[in-house]
Design a protein around this ligand. Structure first.
Ligand code: UGA
Length: 482
């Protein structure tokens, strides 16, 4: 029976953000890992040393373990047969009704079933609704596999894009949902290098908040509880964001500063300071999908979770409000040159799925603006959705986005966006108007530096912006245009 640090043979099915990071991190903590994907070109790229996503520490982990403890293949059958534990990390996109589309999970479970030749622990890593565990078990049994040959468990992942490797290796908690001791022990032995603290003493280990004397705790639960923990965690975090955005709107109307208010709320240890940043609303591949899916799960079990509808509504309105703010600053949109900093759904990632930035850029282009956008990592992905053209330009340098623009928008929170050279920016813009959807600057500093500065939930913003006044801000000295 495995409970101590031992090398475990693992298959990870799916090489998206969760699957690829999990595979690299399992190899990093000493296991033999085969990462499976049915996308042949992606597998070839990974085999050849490519890294398909922008994620800190991932390139170094892949190059450290590729070809040694970490392999890539399209052969799910062989990977299943070689593995003791099979982690399912395929996509669970949103269906038309808002529920999670589990067809990829279903297909993978059937294929695993057809390949099982010895005892396997099958682990849900994807975010799935409660009862999925049960469905996977039924699918495998229907394919003629006897009960003794497998267990289905749930080990939800809480990593964030952009900090995924650190989140994985320095987790707040490791949730293991399992019905049998045998499967629980195998899962515990997989995470043992982290939970016993040894990993943090290994030379070259990825640094982060955990140390050998403060390793991540394990929480053993039922499989259903583990499934609900994942959905409820994301839904709660999204609720926190919508809550602070609604408070920001109250601040804006009342003439208070949301940053002061958020600090004051967050200092209550029962509330905590994290996820209280007001902005343009949450996006990404998880919160929008998971809030809808959890609401749907609740409905299916007869619970009206109306709170989550409100969370979604506030989030939609937040983008709309920000767009109105831009309009109030610019008066008209047609042929206005707008500089945009940030396209990904947040800083630190190249992911543009459900990005509030993209939503705002699309609306600006539709209204006839000429947008010049810069994002350190997401431009290529964005080009697939909004192709470059006369009204949409992509640039490789931050200040090039601001060049001669009528206003600059800050739409996500890459660190470099918070460190702008304000005099250079002032000089570069046609009109020194900055509309900041992430509150990266102090309004007073911006005003002192000659900017018309609008942000989210801070004083003065309830007043309609005087468009005439905004355009009377002195231009840079060498500006000879009419
Ligand atoms: C989220 C969760 O944070 C992870 O724990 C979870 O594992 C992941 O979803 C998932 O289910 O896979 P992620 O989507 O990568 O991670 O990004 P977050 O950092 O949570 O940000 C989500 C959105 O909320 C972003 O648009 C971000 O800008 C926004 N946000 C976040 C705010 O507007 N304010 C905040 O205070 C925090």
């Amino acid at each position: 029976m495995k409970t101590q640090a031992q090398t475990v043979s693992i298959a990870v099915v799916g090489s998206g953000y969760v699957g690829l990071v999990a595979a690299a991190c399992f190899a990093e903590i000493g296991h033999r890992v085969i990462c499976v994907d049915n996308d042949e070109s992606k597998v070839r790229m990974l085999q050849a040393g490519g890294v398909p996503i922008h994620e800190e520490h991932l390139p170094e982990l892949l190059s450290r373990h590729r070809g040694d403890r970490l392999e890539f293949t399209t052969d799910l059958r062989a990977a299943t047969q070689a593995a003791e534990a099979i982690f399912i990390a395929v996509g669970t996109p949103q269906s038309q009704t808002g529920s999670a589309d589990l067809s990829y999970v279903d297909a993978v479970a059937s294929e695993i079933a057809r390949s099982i030749d010895s005892y396997k622990v099958i682990v849900e890593k994807s975010t799935v609704p409660v009862y999925t565990n049960e469905w996977i078990r039924r699918v495998i049994e229907r394919n003629g596999v006897s009960k003794e040959l497998f267990d289905v468990t749930s080990n939800p992942e809480f990593l964030r894009e952009g900090t995924a490797v650190v989140d994985f290796l320095h987790a707040d908690r490791i949730v293991l949902g399992t019905a049998t001791e045998r499967a629980g022990n195998l899962l515990k032995s997989i995470y043992h290098p982290l939970t016993c603290g040894d990993y943090y003493n290994v030379p070259g280990s990825v640094p982060g908040p955990r140390e050998s004397n403060d390793p991540p705790p394990i929480l053993l639960t039922s499989t259903k509880a583990a499934e609900i923990i994942k959905h409820a965690s994301n839904a709660f975090l999204a609720t926190k964001i919508s809550f602070i955005n609604a408070v920001a709107n109250v601040c804006e109307a009342a003439g208070a500063d949301i940053e002061e208010v958020a600090r004051g709320i967050g200092m209550d240890s029962r509330i905590g300071p994290k996820f209280l940043r007001a902005g343009v609303g949450y996006g990404g591949s998880c919160f929008p999908k998971d809030v809808a899916a959890f609401r749907n799960v609740a409905e299916q079990v007869g619970v009206d979770f109306g709170l989550l509808r409100e969370v979604e509504k506030i989030n939609d309105e937040q983008k709309q409000r920000f767009f109105q703010k831009i309009r109030s600053a610019l008066w008209t949109f047609r042929a206005k040159k707008i500089g945009v900093l940030g396209l990904a759904f947040k800083g630190g990632t190249d992911d543009v799925r459900e990005s509030p930035a993209l939503d705002i850029v699309k609306r600006l282009v539709a209204e006839g603006c000429i947008v010049t956008a810069y994002d350190p990592a997401a431009a290529d992905r964005c080009k697939e959705l909004i192709p470059p053209g006369p009204c949409m330009r992509y640039v490789d340098e931050l200040y090039a986005a601001a060049q001669d623009a009528d206003a600059l928008l800050i739409l996500n929170d890459w660190e470099e966006f918070a460190e702008l050279d304000l005099s250079k920016l002032h000089y570069t813009l046609r009109y020194p108007i900055v509309i900041d959807g992430r509150n990266l600057y102090d309004p007073e500093t911006m005003t002192k530096n000659g900017f018309t500065y609008l942000s989210v939930g801070r004083p003065g913003l309830s007043q309609p912006i005087d468009p005439v006044a905004a355009f009377f801000v002195p231009r840079r000295r060498d500006d000879t245009r009419a």
